[in-house]
Design a protein around this ligand. Structure first.
Ligand SMILES: [Fe+2]
Ligand SMILES: [Fe+2]
Length: 230
């Protein structure tokens, strides 16, 4: 639920950053409205689900107003588009797909169908916006500086995801195995399966897709993932 609340923040802050940077694209305001609407719906679904299965009453997700940042507006846009949407929404979609495959109760499965559909759309929005965000930031600070900023962002995001989702498995020498999960499953998988989804996703689909998008900056997300701890 925290990650869904964080996704609402991404939507709110991306809208503010686009406004501050002067990024005007036809259809963007409507896409960002839809993004925020979806994420607020996800928070509400998570809250209802937690209460329905008797895990207590979840408090309303606190969504912060866009906080002041000292980063240039064009870098903020790039950061939200690259990390908040293209990477994190792709990871989220893959994780929901994995959980869904192990969820055999109909109502949680229907919720996961909705999450999976929405997060896939949000990831696509990120990849659609990425060329514009790169172009805008390159114009603001120059191509070389923009490339360094993207490399820094990729390293920070890769490290964060490895720690939060990936169990830091590679550095700890953990072997990640996809084991069977319990039946009558309401949508819970063991952390190892989640970590495996992240590792496979980054290596096989997300980083290669980013590599193509980042070609104008000659930045490799695959290399950044491999070198994230060096
Ligand atoms: Fe979401
Ligand atoms: Fe999302």
């Amino acid at each position: 639920m925290e990650s869904e609340a964080a996704s609402v923040e991404v939507a709110v802050e991306l809208r503010a950053a686009c406004r501050a940077s002067g990024l005007v694209i036809e259809g963007l305001p409507a896409a960002l409205d839809r993004l925020e609407e979806d994420e607020r719906a996800h928070v509400a679904i998570c809250r209802a689900f937690v209460e329905a299965i008797g895990l207590g009453t979840a408090s309303d997700a606190a969504v912060r107003e866009a906080a002041p940042h000292d980063r240039a507006p064009s870098l903020l846009v790039l950061s939200y588009v690259l990390t908040g949407l293209a990477i994190c929404e792709s990871v989220s979609a893959l994780r929901f797909a994995t959980v869904r495959a192990h969820t055999d109760l109909p109502i949680p499965r229907a919720c996961l169908d909705r999450f999976l559909r929405d997060e896939t759309t949000h990831a696509r929005l990120g990849f659609d916006l990425l060329p514009l965000a790169i172009m805008q930031h390159s114009r603001a600070v120059g191509r070389e500086r923009a490339a360094r900023d993207v490399e820094d962002e990729l390293r920070a995001t890769s490290r964060h995801l490895d720690l939060v989702v990936g169990l830091d498995a590679e550095r700890r020498g953990l072997t990640l195995i996809a084991r069977d999960q319990p039946s009558d499953n309401p949508g819970v998988v063991e952390p190892m399966l989640d970590a495996l989804t992240l590792y496979r996703g980054m290596e096989r689909t997300i980083a290669p897709r980013l590599d193509r998008a980042l070609a104008p900056l000659a930045v490799s997300a695959s290399r950044a993932w491999i070198d994230r701890w060096t």
